[in-house]
Design a protein around this ligand. Structure first.
Ligand code: G4P
Length: 526
């Protein structure tokens, strides 16, 4: 294998999907600990809460004390290079969260085992489904009283429509949590409390029938045997192909806080998760191992560094290798660009990058010529697909404080929508401007940036829109009929695409029934 092919084969690029408070931050920290990016856990979390941390790059962020950035963390583990893309999750949940999932090859689903499958996880899984992304599951918080593990697996299968293959199985829970049994390795890993901040010395019992197991677990061993019998009958065996096609998820149990069960998960994760996958373009599929460089922009972040009020475009490299100073072809603008100062993201520290490979994420300084979905190549005219807009779920009407600033407002909103900060809709039958978002903080970010970058002050009003769908119909007559009958609910988005703004979900369903020839899409390709 060439050095380049070898480097690419080692890459594992993934993101974490979870409901807020399930433990994403905590497990991220433990992954960084195992990746030796940090020496002791407790630092990332502290930074999140601190008001004067380096990650507080924006006024807004300082005010809120939360991170609006999606950072990328790269670390070596077991001879692999892991790229972990952070998915904003609390108030900073946004369309970027969804779009980040279009830039990964696999995902880690973290579930709070006392709660089970929660709303946000369901939504994020829907996004993963668009590309049948392989999912590894970590059932977290075993040091608490959790729900029946078998019931948890049932719920995942039922609600998320994915088969579960338990790889580790918990022994006890809460105060009685003793450890996990590894079904594939036939080993018992014993849990020790108070070891969450560092990498633990593992206490392992080799084999379920080992007399040591009886000695340590006592009566719990019989319970475990009974449970395993049940589980093996009711669940699925791990199969690599089913995992890679997104049909089956391997399930691990543990506690992120106690840093237990994480390394067993990570070991298998880097072994099973796919190396950078081929990517679809409008014309052909691009293999990661192709000699020539290609990549696409999936996210644009403004003002990450207060010293430089610039914008950074996050690019997923799809094939080949980036080298400092190389020339890239900006396909949409039909222009070559010399890239001498791409940035990499090491747990938030932005440094200059010498080289990067397919599967890696690099940052490009954006001076206004980059948009979400832009493709870069070494000359070939290509357009990567699968980086869509997602139907917003939250809507606000924008009003200007100073009506004379209308032009600046329009310009600002169009640019911000090209960056994916928000979506803009102009209804057919009014002069309103309606903003759409999937996370509520997006509105604050837009107001803040309009003021800081475009000198426009605006206020938001509530508007009776529940959801949006992009509309298309092959039959022009039908489309005309829709425009006549439902004109009040139709609008153009920032890219002049026809959109249906439904006042209620009931209305949307009725309209779909009335106009069966019309297609209503939840995503729109750039
Ligand atoms: P998130 O990023 O998914 O929102 O979750 P985060 O890691 O911030 O965890 C949410 C809360 O759950 C935190 O408690 C965290 O300490 C706790 N937690 C995470 N993993 C485990 C676990 O395995 N066991 C237990 N018992 N708790 C866990 P918090 O009180 O909200 O924050 P903090 O004050 O402890 O920092």
């Amino acid at each position: 294998m060439s050095t380049q092919a070898n480097a690419i084969a080692k890459r594992r690029t993934f993101a974490i999907i979870s409901h807020p408070d399930a433990g994403k931050t905590t497990i991220t920290e433990k992954l960084l600990l195992h990746g030796k990016l940090i020496q002791e856990a407790g630092t990332v979390k502290g930074r999140k809460a601190s008001k004067h941390a380096t990650s507080d790059w924006m006024e807004l962020e300082k005010q809120r004390g939360i991170s609006v950035t999606t950072s990328v963390m790269q670390f070596p583990y077991n001879d692999r290079i892991v790229n972990l893309l952070d998915t904003p999750g609390h108030e900073d949940f946004s369309e970027d969260t969804y779009r980040t999932l279009t830039a990964v090859d696999s995902a880690l689903m973290v579930i709070d085992s006392s709660k089970g499958v929660e709303d946000r996880t369901i939504k994020l899984m829907e996004v993963c489904r668009l590309r049948d992304t392989p999912i590894v599951t970590f059932m977290n918080k075993l040091d608490r009283d959790i729900r029946d593990p078998i019931e948890l697996l049932d719920e995942v299968e039922e609600v998320l429509k994915i088969n579960c293959a338990p790889v580790t199985w918990p022994i006890g829970m809460g105060k009685e949590f003793k450890g996990v049994y590894h079904l594939l390795d036939d080993k018992i890993y014993l849990y020790q409390t108070g070891q969450g901040h560092t990498i633990q010395e593992e206490r392992v019992i080799d084999g379920l029938d080992n007399p040591e197991a009886e000695k340590v677990l006592g009566g719990l061993l019989d319970d475990l045997r009974d449970e395993l019998e049940l589980v093996l009958g009711a669940s699925h065996e791990f199969e690599l192909d089913a995992f890679l096609s997104g049909q089956l998820t391997p399930v691990f149990f543990g506690t992120a806080l106690g840093n237990f069960g994480v390394s067993q998960m990570l070991d298998k994760f880097v072994e099973w998760a796919p190396a950078p996958l081929p990517r679809a373009t409008k014309t052909r599929e691009v293999e990661a191992t192709e000699e020539k460089f290609t990549g696409f922009v999936f996210k644009i972040q403004a003002n990450m560094d207060p010293q430089h009020r610039d914008r950074i475009a996050f690019m997923r490299i799809c094939s080949g290798k980036y080298e400092k100073g190389m020339k890239m072809h900006h396909v949409r603008l039909k222009r070559d660009q010399q890239i001498s100062n791409a940035v990499n993201f090491l747990a938030g520290d932005r440094g200059q990058l010498e080289e990067a490979y397919a599967g890696d994420i690099i940052g490009l300084h954006n001076h206004g010529n980059l948009q979400i979905g832009d493709t870069f190549s070494q000359g070939e005219v290509l357009k990567f697909t699968g980086i869509p807009n997602f139907a917003p779920e939250l809507f606000r009407r924008v009003r200007l404080k100073d009506p004379l600033k209308n032009k600046a407002l329009q310009k600002g909103l169009i640019q911000l929508s090209e960056e994916g900060a928000t979506q803009v809709f102009r209804p057919f039958n009014s002069n309103d401007l309606i903003l759409g978002a999937v996370g509520v903080l997006q509105f604050d970010v837009v107001a803040h940036r309009l003021k800081a970058e475009y000198k426009v002050e605006c206020i938001y009003e509530n508007v009776a829109v529940a959801t949006a769908r992009w509309v298309s119909c092959k039959d022009d007559k039908m489309l005309e009929k829709l425009k006549v009958k439902a004109g009040d609910n139709l609008a153009l988005d920032g890219g002049n695409n026809l959109t249906y703004l439904a006042p209620t979900m009931v209305n949307l369903n009725l309209t779909k029934e009335r106009f069966p020839e019309v297609e209503f899409f939840e995503t729109r390709e750039h």
